[in-house]
Design a protein around this ligand. Structure first.
Ligand code: HEC
Ligand code: HEC
Ligand code: HEC
Ligand code: HEC
Ligand code: HEC
Ligand code: HEC
Ligand code: HEC
Length: 320
């Protein structure tokens, strides 16, 4: 027999189950569903590895061959990039399903970023503006044909960091990695030019404590022309124009506030009276971390000392 008490209990249990299942469904919805994982696997089984297999009909056997290292795509990076839910066929022809790939595919133009993103607005960001700046940069003016956005932003792996990553040090490492992928790698550098890569450690020897600077600022802080309208300015300047003066960063109005910490400055309020609260959260930069109250206290102390000396002197003069 079902008593009132049991009925109440059953009702409660039913409500709980509905609630829990609805809640876990929400959780499941938040997890990414990779719509093209299976489809992409037919490409990744070769392009995701250093070696690949195919059946050679002439020899009537399975052949193991090396993959061109520039044609290897890291599966994990692909599925965490901005384009994580893309099919390879969104950007490449269906005819790549055949192997060997048909010859004429070699002639097929590959899509540029602007082909899809042209006209897009990404919060404060205009893609045309980025392109305009990039066209003025040293890389583009010297090597316009070979140097495309994809030299720095691999369409298969690029992931926005500066505005999504809370961890500034990680962003610095990621962004510097983009530049160092060429400037510290002779092979990739020489995809663009024939001469040998100048050693960045040597060309920056004038900078004290290089290792710490590399971890605390990005290459672009010193090498890119400031642009107030953009979170990431794209006009890489010739070396003569690079920032060299220490006070550009080591001062109260550090340039870092307009570049590296731009996003944080916008997001966070200046709560503690520090002029540079955004910087304070991450590093102690000599000269850049002044505090309004400490400044006032030191001014008052200074005033009192002057006053004390004044009174002391006056009394001594009167006593004479
Ligand atoms: C059996 C292994 C294998 C499979 C499967 C495979 N590829 Fe390839 N792919 C290669 C090899 C080897 C090359 C380099 C030689 C060449 O260009 O044919 C290559 C080259 C390419 C290139 C560069 C072509 C160029 O000249 O710039 C693209 C793009 C490409 N593959 C896309 C794909 C896509 C998309 C898929 C999935 C539909 C795929 N591949 C499946 C082995 C494979
Ligand atoms: C958002 C567009 C996009 C997607 C999605 C995409 N590719 Fe590409 N892919 C490109 C572009 C653009 C290039 C040319 C890059 C360059 O010239 O620097 C390229 C080049 C390649 C190359 C030649 C290597 C190179 O860097 O030139 C291979 C191989 C390749 N893609 C395979 C794939 C495979 C496999 C997938 C799916 C897992 C895929 N791509 C998905 C845009 C894309
Ligand atoms: C085939 C079209 C296509 C090409 C080519 C392409 N993209 Fe995209 N990209 C997209 C689409 C569509 C999205 C939105 C995906 C989403 O919202 O999940 C996107 C998302 C992004 C995002 C994230 C924006 C956001 O709102 O989170 C960035 C950054 C990005 N792409 C950069 C690039 C760069 C850099 C290139 C060139 C190397 C490029 N894309 C090439 C279609 C493309
Ligand atoms: C010399 C290297 C380089 C080249 C070339 C380059 N970029 Fe960038 N770009 C960067 C770096 C570094 C960042 C910062 C990455 C991050 O932290 O998100 C960036 C950031 C971006 C972002 C994200 C900006 C934001 O506000 O979050 C977009 C979008 C972008 N680039 C598009 C492009 C396009 C389009 C081109 C070609 C017209 C291009 N980039 C060429 C280095 C480059
Ligand atoms: C603190 C500012 C600063 C930072 C950070 C910085 N640079 Fe420089 N860089 C300079 C200055 C100044 C020069 C000019 C040196 C000279 O003329 O001898 C220079 C020169 C260069 C040159 C030209 C060297 C040559 O002799 O051809 C390259 C390439 C370069 N930097 C790349 C980078 C890369 C990549 C990073 C990030 C890992 C970086 N820089 C970080 C200030 C900086
Ligand atoms: C795809 C490879 C590649 C990437 C990625 C790259 N560079 Fe370069 N960079 C070059 C090459 C090649 C040159 C030499 C161009 C020349 O003198 O013809 C160069 C030249 C330079 C110079 C020196 C210009 C001069 O006056 O001699 C600076 C500064 C520079 N790059 C900064 C950067 C910064 C900052 C980044 C990252 C945002 C970056 N580069 C990313 C290949 C690259
Ligand atoms: C692009 C901005 C920038 C420039 C230019 C710059 N610095 Fe720095 N400097 C920093 C940052 C950021 C730190 C790291 C603060 C931290 O995280 O502790 C730092 C740290 C230092 C430190 C502290 C090292 C330590 O052991 O704690 C010294 C000393 C220093 N810089 C001296 C200089 C000198 C001298 C120059 C000029 C030749 C210079 N810096 C140029 C940004 C810059």
């Amino acid at each position: 027999m079902i008593t009132k008490k049991t009925r109440a209990f059953l009702l409660l249990a039913a409500m709980m189950t509905t609630f829990i299942s609805a809640w876990s469904q929400d959780e499941a919805e938040e997890e990414r569903v990779y719509d093209f994982a299976e489809e992409n696997h037919q490409c990744f089984k070769c392009h995701g590895h250093k070696t690949f297999y195919y059946f050679n009909e002439n020899m009537d056997q399975q052949i193991r061959e090396r993959m061109n290292p520039y044609y290897i795509i890291d599966t994990v990076e692909y599925y965490s990039s901005n384009h994580w839910n893309f099919s390879c066929f969104d950007c490449h022809s269906y005819d790549y399903s055949d192997f060997p790939h048909p010859n004429e595919l070699r002639m097929e133009p590959k899509p540029g970023c602007l082909d899809c993103h042209g006209g897009d607005d990404y919060e404060d960001l205009s893609w045309e503006k980025i392109d305009e700046e990039f066209q003025k940069s040293v890389h583009s003016t010297k090597h316009s044909a070979d140097f495309k956005c994809s030299m720095c932003h691999d369409p298969h792996t690029y992931k926005v960091n500066a505005r999504t990553n809370e961890n500034i040090k990680e962003t610095i490492q990621y962004d510097n990695g983009i530049c160092l992928s060429c400037h510290a790698d002779i092979n990739k550098y020489q995809l663009i030019v024939d001469f040998v890569n100048p050693n960045v450690l040597e060309t920056h020897q004038w900078l004290p404590n290089q290792a710490l600077h590399w971890q605390s600022v990005r290459c672009i802080e010193c090498h890119v022309e400031m642009n107030e309208d953009m979170l990431i300015a794209h006009n890489v300047q010739p070396k003569e124009k690079a920032v060299r003066k220490c006070v550009e960063c080591h001062s109260e109005n550090s340039l870092l506030l307009a570049s590296l910490y731009k996003y944080q400055v916008k997001e966070r309020r200046n709560e503690l009276g520090f002029f540079n609260a955004a910087i304070m959260n991450n590093s102690y930069i000599i000269g850049a971390n002044r505090n309004y109250y400490l400044n006032m206290i030191s001014l008052i102390l200074f005033g009192m000392v002057v006053l004390g000396i004044g009174i002391h002197a006056t009394i001594r003069i009167i006593k004479k």
